[in-house]
Design a protein around this ligand. Structure first.
Ligand code: HPA
Length: 275
């Protein structure tokens, strides 16, 4: 059975020649500049990929950049799609399946998130150790394509323990303070209410955001290893006297981006191309 990502995979493979990326990166809000550092890049705008959903918001460029970073061949999504943009949830699996289809077996997800902890302030990095999907929405709901993955799949180690250990080592090697915690996925597009944040704290969330979980689900479903890091752009709603804004998300994530870049370069160098 042909799958919805097959044509996009064929398009990218035909442009790649013999090169095969092993590691995929998804760059979140305000973090896209890292893609500009990729050497010998092959750049494919999403709108040239058949069947590919296209992001609509500021701060998300919308192109696939494949090339060398930290000694690895990486495939980098510069800009991602979010559920709140109105995409069919199943379409959010397409980019991940494309990355898998061109050879990536490891997926590193990044995002901007709000912190539930005063001692994890804006500018902090948080490695995601687990998540809570509060939207009730999954990109895997609907007919299952058994050629891609099983109907029911395990999420016990969704964020790969070996990759977490590598991230910890990379952070220690770079002298970067890497927080760890549970990412709480809200649909958006609004930021949360203060009452929702109090509830999320009780439920076990450490950071809150509007992305990453659909991609993690699609990746675990097709057998990829997943790691994820949030850049903390703000204390969550109600924790300060201030209103939240997308402008703050972009400026604070740009601030944390250079630390994230050092972390990812060291992580990729330790991971190597064999992954
Ligand atoms: N909530 C949800 N998403 C976010 C936030 C937040 O506080 N900050 C950045 N993305």
């Amino acid at each position: 059975m042909a799958s919805s990502h097959d044509a996009a995979v064929a398009t990218v493979l035909s442009r790649l020649g013999g090169r095969r990326p092993a590691v995929a990166l998804v760059l979140g809000s305000g973090l896209g500049a890292l893609a500009e550092k990729i050497e010998n890049p092959l750049i494919v705008p999403y709108d040239q990929l058949p069947g590919f959903p296209v992001p609509t918001i500021q701060g998300h460029a919308g192109r696939l950049v494949i090339g060398d970073l930290g000694g690895c061949t990486v495939a980098c999504m510069q800009g991602r799609m979010h559920l709140y943009e109105g995409h069919d949830p199943r379409d959010l699996a397409i980019p991940v399946r494309l990355l898998h289809g061109i050879g990536c077996r490891t997926l590193l997800l990044t995002n901007a998130a709000g912190s539930l902890h005063e001692d994890m302030p804006p500018g902090s990095l948080m490695m995601i150790t687990d998540h809570i999907n509060f939207t009730g929405i999954s990109p895997l709901a609907g007919a299952n394509d058994a050629a891609v993955g099983p109907r029911f799949f395990d999420m016990t180690r969704a964020y790969d323990p070996e990759l977490q250990a590598l991230l910890r080592d990379a952070a220690a090697g770079e002298g970067i303070d890497l927080h760890e915690g549970v990412y709480f996925f809200c649909l958006g597009p609004n930021f949360e209410t203060p009452a929702e944040i109090r509830a999320i704290r009780v439920l076990g969330g450490d950071a809150v955001g509007m992305s990453t979980v659909p991609e993690c689900l699609a990746a675990v479903h097709c057998g990829m290893r997943v790691a994820a890091v949030s850049t903390i752009t703000n204390l969550a709603a109600g924790m300060t006297g201030n209103a939240l804004s997308h402008a703050e998300t972009l400026s604070e994530s740009a601030e944390a981006a250079s630390r994230l870049e050092r972390l990812l370069r060291r992580f990729l160098a330790q991971l190597g191309d064999g992954q």
